[in-house]
Structures are given as C-alpha cells and as structure tokens.
Write a new protein. Structure first.
Length: 398
C-alpha cells in the first residue's frame, strides 16, 4: 500500500506541475506577443501606449495598454501569478519526492562524488537560493542597465553552474538541478519583482497618485528574462527521459548549446510579433546547434576506455553482467525499496528479455552511463566494454 500511495502522490504532483507549467508558459508567451504587437493608438494623448485587435473563438477583442497605468483603478483586475507559483511549488515538491528522497538513485553518483543523501539534498537546495541571490545582484548592478551584456554574463553564469553540478551530482541530477535553478529564478522574478511593483502601482492609483514608470519597466525586464529562459528550462525538465543528453561525456556543453538555442528561437518569434523582418538565420543557428548536440551525444559516457573493444563475449557473460547489475530493479518483483514494478515495465532477468531490450541497454549503459542510476550497483568500465562488444557484434543471443 505504501508503494501505491507513493506512486499516486508522485503522479498527482507531476500532473499538477505539467498543467500549471502549461498555464504559466502560455500566459507568458501570450503577453509577450501582445506587448510586442501593439500598434500606436488612433487617438493620441490619451495615456494609451498601444492597442491591438484580436479574434478568437468567434469573438473580437480590443486590447489596450496604458503607458504606465489607467487614470483610475478599475473595479475588477485579473492578476496572473498563481500559474507561476503553482508551477514552482509542484516542481519543488516533485524534486523532494523523486530526487531528495531517492538521492542515491537520481542525485548521487559515487564515481563523481561520494557523499550522503542528506548532503546531496542540502547542496541542491541551498544552491537554488544562492544562484537566485547572485542573479538578483547582477540585475541590480550597473550591468543590469545593459541587456546584452547582462545576457552574456548570465549565460556564462548558468554554464559555469552546470559544469559545477556535473562535478557534484550524477548527470541526471545535474540536469534536473540546473533546470530547477532556472525555474526558481523565473518564479522569483514573479514573486519578488513583478508582483510587488504591480502592487505599488495599484496602491498609487488607489491613493490618487501617479505610479512610478520604473515599476513597470523593471517588471517588463524580468518578464522578458523569463520569456527567453522558457525553452531551455522545458528541455532540462524533460531531459531526464533521454540518457544520451545527461549521461554522456560533454553533458554540460549540451546544456550550454540549449541555453543558446532557446533564446535564439524566442528571438525569431518575438521579432515577428513586433512586426520586424523575420530573422530566418535563427533557424540555421538552431539546426546547427542540434547537430552539435547529436554529435556530442555520440561521444559516449564521461569515462570511456580508449582502444579496441574486447573480443565478442559469450551471451552467458553478458547475461551475468546484466542480471548482477540491473535485475535488482528490472525484475518481476524489484528488491530496491520504493519500486513496486520494474521501471517502464522493462525486465532484464532472463536471457530472452536481455536480448529483447538490447537497444535500450545500448542507450542507457553503453552510449551513456544513465544506468544503473547513480551506478548504485557499481557496474565497472570493463563490464560496459563487454556490453559494447556484444552490441557491436549485433547482440547475439547465444
């Protein structure tokens, strides 16, 4: 019953996280599009910055943006904040349930750094707060007035953190941690910057005072930051399903490329929304970046033995390695605490099942070091080379 409840809790939190994330990303994309597509008002001098006509679902809508705020506080005002808060709260809950409570499997790799589960969880948690404070300091420094320079420094900052995480956590843990870190920065922009300044604007209107234009400008800056970070953070949150991204030698370089590709793609759409000429070059940059990612994925796990493969092993040797290193989880009744069934329904407890899942073994244990997770069963490099030789020979089942 405990396993059933744990699985149900994980599923509910994951569904909530995805639904809230869709809502947050959707509203972010919509308002950036709306802001960039506004046209000059037909009647100047009314305090209106821009307007746009839109059609959706059979209805017509007139959208108006004021230069700072309307002359008086409206009777009703819709706030867009709970999507962001729900995304982060559910995401952090999932981080705790999956990664902190199962740090030995998904956060720690003793071949990278041998540490306890509480230590790994503490490093992961406090790095979220420390990174946000560093980002906030950059934005509030003189550098914050120069968007391009701030973007370049921010890029180097995130890549450096990613490299550091790959030297502390497992590849999967490092990718999830940098994704959670970016997500934390994004929701902190909403919670600590955008919303407080919007409340100041509302309070000024109620008091009959003119709001400070800076309050809207700083909120817009952080909103744009979130817009450009959205695509990379989506990639990072989904990457744990793709071992060739996180479990390969240059996984941190893959993150660096994605941190470039995501903003480049957003630049294309933002330029079109603003009515500027379409920067088609961005798609060539994105395609080249993905080709680089594919090449980096092919270079193998972080530690790869040089030289020729050993002679093709007998299938019995392959079977012994897989059963001793993988069947603790991938069996009809897993012995690892917390698993009520083999992950993804994959069983590797017989020769027939091992041969059936040869391609999956190649991706997870030879082309990458994703399995065993955290290398908890201590599969050796020589054993991975034996599996590589078997796969190179066509994975014979005899």
């Amino acid at each position: 019953m405990e396993i059933v409840l744990t699985e149900l809790l994980s599923a509910v939190i994951r569904w909530t996280h995805v639904i809230a994330g869709v809502a947050w990303i959707g509203s972010s994309f919509y308002f950036i599009h709306l802001d960039l597509s506004l046209k000059k008002p037909h009647t100047p001098g009314t305090g209106i910055k821009g307007e746009a006509w839109q059609v959706h679902g059979g209805g017509f809508y007139q959208m108006i943006k004021f230069m700072v705020a309307p002359p008086a506080m409206p009777d009703e005002l819709t706030w867009f904040k709970w999507e962001a808060y729900a995304t982060w709260l559910s995401g952090f809950s999932l981080l705790v349930v999956v990664y902190y409570f199962n740090a030995e499997l998904f956060l720690i790799d003793k071949s990278v750094l041998d540490m306890s589960a509480p230590m790994a969880a503490a490093i992961a948690f406090f790095s979220l707060a420390a990174a946000w404070l560093a980002y906030e300091a950059l934005c509030r420094s003189p550098l914050g007035k120069h968007e391009v320079a701030l973007a370049l420094v921010g890029f180097v900052f995130l890549v450096a953190l990613t490299y550091a995480f790959t030297r502390v956590f497992s590849g999967r843990g490092a990718f999830t941690q940098i994704g959670a870190l970016i997500g934390t920065i994004m929701v902190a922009n909403v919670f600590a910057i955008i919303m407080p300044y919007q409340r100041k604007t509302v309070a000024a209107l109620i008091a009959g005072k003119d709001p400070d234009p800076y309050w809207g400008e700083i909120g817009k800056q952080r909103s744009v930051h979130n817009n450009y970070l959205t695509l990379p953070v989506i990639f990072l949150m989904l990457s744990n399903h793709y071992p060739l991204f996180f479990g390969t030698k240059y996984n941190w370089v893959i993150v660096a490329i994605v941190l470039l590709i995501g903003p480049v793609i957003r630049h294309f759409y933002n330029s079109r929304h603003e009515g500027k000429p379409s920067p088609w070059w961005t798609w060539f940059v994105a395609a080249f970046g993905m080709m680089l990612v594919a090449w980096l994925c092919s270079l193998g796990p972080p530690v790869q033995k040089a030289g020729a493969l050993p002679p093709t092993p007998k299938f019995a040797e392959v079977q012994d390695i897989i059963i001793s290193r993988c069947s603790m989880c991938h069996t009809a009744e897993p012995v690892w605490t917390g698993f009520g069934a083999p992950p993804k329904g994959v069983r590797l407890d017989s020769g027939e099942q091992i041969a059936l899942h040869a391609k999956m073994i190649a991706v997870n244990a030879v082309k990458s070091n994703a399995m065993p997770p955290g290398n908890v069963t201590e599969m050796t490099l020589d054993e991975r080379m034996v599996l590589a030789s078997w796969l190179a020979a066509g994975a014979p089942a005899q």
